[in-house]
Ligand binder design. Structure first.
Ligand SMILES: [Fe+2]
Length: 248
């Protein structure tokens, strides 16, 4: 086969094919947060993620004192129902659940009471903060997570406007031992221009440890299919991401 015929006969590339096999940020447990609204929607989203090349999903419902008071007790039964439905429909994919903790009083209380957190992989804890205002407890929360043996993973650092004042804010948090997870859709400008620019800058500085879909619904998958066409997607491929280490 000539080079040209090989080139043109190649199947269209998907964002995750031969690159990221494991997603570790999504909202796919039916009707417990602002993600999937039904079991049918969850099944359809998982099916699409599988078609995009994912072999494993760690789904991470919101845990947030104000809106989504989730816990192991609401998440794990939802996961069980989803897994049963996937098996029934012969959709073969590994799926686990952890959580995306919002940094609020409720979270601080859990840390203070030493409540076991929902983790994935090597004791990773995915957490997020307010988009607009820096929490006065950010440094304390990081310190407490680390001292309890967790590895904090900050969800989508590129989306927090309070960090836009200067890149050194990102560096300070990173140097405190926090891993960074960018959203793949940021690379396509899905959220905002500054989010795209900061995601790119984090890639330039090799300060990205995980890349996630943060899939809440079909809209995120539509955007994800375009990410592969961005120059920074290729640059991301050169970083030693930890996603695939979660496969086993
Ligand atoms: Fe999320």
């Amino acid at each position: 086969m000539s080079f040209l015929s090989r080139l043109f006969s190649k199947k269209p590339e998907t964002p995750t094919e031969d690159f990221i096999f494991v997603d570790m940020h999504s909202h796919l447990i039916p009707a417990i947060d602002d993600g999937s609204k039904s079991l049918e929607e969850s099944v359809s989203l998982v099916k699409s993620l599988k078609e995009l090349g994912y072999k494993k999903i760690v789904t991470t419902p919101h845990i947030m004192g104000d809106f989504f008071k989730n816990s192991r007790e609401s998440i794990m039964p939802g996961l069980k129902i989803l897994k049963e439905k996937l098996a029934e429909e012969n959709i073969d994919i590994a799926i686990e659940a952890a959580a995306e903790y919002y940094l609020d009083e409720w979270f601080m209380e859990k840390l203070e009471k030493d409540e076991p957190l929902l983790t994935f992989g090597k004791n990773y804890v995915l957490f997020e903060t307010s988009y607009m205002n820096e929490s006065h407890q950010l440094h304390q929360a990081i310190f407490m997570m680390r001292s309890k043996g967790y590895i904090p993973v900050l969800a989508h650092p590129e989306r927090y406007t309070y960090l836009y004042q200067g890149f050194e804010h990102f560096q300070t948090i990173y140097e405190m031992g926090v891993l960074f997870q960018i959203n793949l859709n940021s690379l396509a400008g899905y959220y905002s221009k500054p989010a795209k620019l900061f995601a790119e800058k984090l890639i330039d500085h090799k300060m990205v440890d995980f890349a996630g879909t943060d899939c809440h619904g079909e809209r995120h998958l539509d955007a994800l299919r375009k990410v592969k066409n961005t120059p920074y997607y290729n640059k991301l491929r050169t970083l030693p991401l930890l996603n695939n280490s979660l496969l086993s």
